[in-house]
Write a protein of this length. Structure first.
Length: 239
């Protein structure tokens, strides 16, 4: 008891408080570091970049540093990642390197899923997983805040008078400035690039419709723009 009184005396209280702050800071940094690194040991992964498949094999480490830059390391190589999904080579599963938005067009709502979340196909339904939480997705689409739209349903993508059907876990990139549309059809593992797009790109699944050129969702005979800043969105509820 005397020792405790001596430690927490007025003379030492400032040093004790400083020590507590340092300990809390160290714990916080350690926990954040653990959350910002994911190691994949027993699976190969791949992604498509500008139409070319890039494979990642061996021990794969994905790391998000203090500058919010996400990198993937494998076999001594170190590559910076954008929001392009990473696919598992041996299962119908996807990892998102960046935080993404889940859009519910029929409700006019959108929420955030944090980086390193995964989506996978289970009984022909797409499930989103964030850490240990899981949720089945219906009539929704996943958006990176820029040009990429990821399908959680079988969807039609329509532009220039043509319609392209894609499977769940596919995505489309709509570059309105360059008038280029890139589609990765997961089921066929087919990447297609279309140039000189002169009208809006529409994504629909029979229930909802999204304008990917204008980042616009249609609902209740109205429309609503997407929130592009993912950090401003509320987290998706898994209840």
């Amino acid at each position: 008891m005397r020792i405790l009184k001596k430690i927490f005396s007025k003379k030492n209280i400032k040093w004790v408080a400083l020590l507590i702050i340092i300990v809390i800071a160290v714990i916080f940094v350690t926990l954040r570091k653990d959350n910002d690194i994911v190691v994949i040991k027993n699976h190969n992964m791949y992604q498509y970049l500008h139409g070319f498949r890039v494979d990642y094999t061996g021990r794969i480490q994905i790391n998000k540093n203090e500058e919010e830059i996400t990198k993937i390391s494998f076999k001594g190589n170190d590559t910076e990642l954008d929001s392009t999904p990473l696919y598992y080579a041996d299962s119908e599963r996807v990892l998102f390197p960046k935080s993404m938005a889940i859009i519910y067009p029929l409700e006019g709502k959108q929420f955030r899923i944090n980086y390193y979340s995964e989506a996978f196909n289970e009984f022909d339904e797409v499930v989103i997983k964030e850490k240990r939480d899981e949720k089945r997705l219906f009539d929704s689409i996943i958006y990176d805040g820029g040009d990429l739209y990821f399908m959680t349903d079988k969807c039609n993508i329509t532009f220039n008078g043509n319609t392209y059907e894609v499977s769940p876990l596919s995505y489309v990139i709509v570059d309105t400035y360059s008038k280029i549309v890139s589609i990765f059809n997961y089921e066929k593992e087919e990447y297609s690039i279309f140039e000189n797009i002169d009208n809006d790109v529409i994504i629909s699944n029979g229930n909802f419709k999204v304008n990917a050129s204008l980042d616009l969702m249609y609902y209740d005979n109205s429309s609503k723009l997407f929130v592009k800043d993912i950090s401003k969105l509320s987290n998706l509820s898994f209840k």
